[in-house]
Design a protein around this ligand. Structure first.
Ligand code: GDP
Ligand code: IMO
Ligand code: MG
Length: 429
């Protein structure tokens, strides 16, 4: 049995999609376990670009792709994404795509509330959400008002649930907007989507048990990143799900004893989209340069990503909490033209040296990063597939990170294409 969990170690967009696609070649199934279509994963295969938000990245290799119970699903979006990927020549059918009937759904009212709330907040108080209704849908789940796909079995009870959700939110919407939203059209729209999607629905916990019983290789695909985790991230500037590796079990119904290895995907520098603390942010020419070379624009919203240097303290906490036993260092090539490269190795907060990522928001906002500066390599690494072929200073950068975080680097990604990688340790073994 050799299952693998893949999680982001920063604020998302570390290149998880590319790595899941790479490793899916050795997997029998790929499973999403949290988040929703707030995720945006870009895969580049022979110069052809695929953008996925909700479908597991394994679908491009036509691997069995599973959406686990922990994912919130917008049925309207899912239908659209299936249509789009089908138009790109990828076949999605009930043999290669399965959704848990336990998934909670995102309704149009959730998307509406997401935007309304963000619009009411001022300046840096805005979270900078993707506006896709993720937070409000998870809130309804936690407050036991939510609707699951399995609820569509009884249409009378389903209608009552719709009415109760719309009544609940309309109190607030009416106060701020002076009007209420009607559930009627949304009910009909979502019911039609369900009818089109129901062929994909099943008990995915049971399917995973059967796969595990047959010793199949399962890859669990995390969305977002460690610092967007609801419990462990930079709260309240986080998403509304747990992005840590242990949630692969809860969010899919897979027995935790089957989770063997966790790979942490780490960008060779750091980016963040949306508001919130970012200790190593370079809000200057350096950040601009990283963003320009790295093409740091959000897949989902097109927003410019904030950029800065690699932060070792962030990585250490992510490694500890997610039980990461191997790192994948992505976008090393983006650093090719930098004369000096900085790594943050400790923090100063209120004149005190700190070695662990602080929990409290105001402490996080007061961090002064302390850097170690390494010499850049100022040579092209793009597309290199052998470690020895990397310039010496690039080798030193990779080794230094591994030493500082005390974790192996298993793969180095040197470009967006599927085959632009240096494989140091096989992920499935
Ligand atoms: P994800 O959300 O973690 O899957 O990451 P995104 O797809 O949102 O963002 C990563 C971006 O970097 C995508 O556009 C990838 O095509 C690209 N990418 C991934 N790995 C590399 C790499 O090693 N070098 C470069 N230059 N681009 C990469
Ligand atoms: P992938 O899977 C980067 C961020 C949003 C915002 C915060 C809350 O592509 O790495 P939400 O809509 O989830 O309520 O927004 O989380 N965010 C992401 N940032 N990558 C993502 O996913 C993200 N998903 C959510 O920008 O700051
Ligand atoms: Mg992304």
């Amino acid at each position: 049995m050799s299952n693998l969990v893949i999680v982001g170690t920063q604020w998302g967009d570390e290149g998880k999609g590319k790595i899941v696609d790479l490793l899916a070649s050795s997997a029998d199934a790929v499973v999403r376990f949290q988040g929703g279509h707030n995720a945006g994963h870009t895969l580049v295969i022979n110069s052809k670009t695929f953008k996925l938000s909700l479908l597991p990245s394994g679908i491009v290799r036509q691997k069995l792709s599973i959406i686990g119970n922990g994912v919130v699903v917008d049925p309207i979006h899912l239908e659209k994404e299936i249509r789009e990927i089908t138009n790109q020549g990828i076949n999605v059918n009930s043999s290669n795509f399965v959704i848990s009937s336990d998934c909670f759904i995102i309704l149009p009212i959730h998307k509406y509330i997401d935007s309304l709330r963000e619009n009411q907040k001022k300046g840096s108080k805005k979270i900078g959400t993707t506006g896709r209704g993720i937070g409000p849908a998870y809130e309804d789940k936690v407050s036991r008002r939510g609707i699951r796909f399995s609820d569509f079995k009884n249409l009378e009870e389903l209608k009552e649930k719709f009415i109760s959700i719309y009544n609940h939110h309309n109190v607030w919407i009416e106060k701020f907007e002076g009007k209420e939203l009607s559930y009627r059209d949304d009910f009909e729209t979502i019911l039609k989507c369900y009818q089109n999607l129901s062929k994909y629905m099943d008990k995915t916990w049971l399917l995973l048990k059967q796969l595990n019983d047959k010793n199949r290789k399962i890859l669990f695909e995390g969305a977002q990143g460690f610092y967007l985790d609801l419990d462990h991230g930079t709260y309240p500037y986080v998403t509304s799900s747990n992005t840590v590796a242990s949630n692969a079990s809860t969010g899919s119904g897979s027995n935790p004893k089957y989770l063997k290895k966790t790979l942490g995907i780490t960008k060779a520098y750091t980016t963040r989209v949306g508001n919130g603390p970012f200790p190593t942010e370079e809000d200057n020419d350096v950040g601009e340069k990283l963003g320009k070379i790295g093409n740091e624009f959000g897949t989902v919203t097109g927003r410019k990503r904030r950029c800065g240097w690699l932060d070792i303290l962030m990585l250490k906490k992510a490694i500890t909490v997610s039980g990461i036993n191997g790192l994948v260092l992505t976008k090393l090539d983006v650093l090719d033209s930098f004369k000096d490269i900085k790594i943050c190795t400790s923090y100063k907060i209120n004149n005190q040296i700190v070695q662990d990522y602080p929990s409290n928001l105001s402490s996080q906002q007061s961090i002064v990063p302390i850097y170690e500066t390494l010499q850049g390599w100022e040579e092209k690494t793009k597309g290199i597939t052998k470690f020895e072929k990397l310039p010496l200073n690039a080798q030193n950068y990779v080794k230094r990170i591994s030493t500082l975080v005390d974790c192996d680097i298993d793969i180095i990604s040197t470009g967006p294409e599927r085959d632009e990688n240096i494989i140091l340790n096989e992920a499935f073994n």
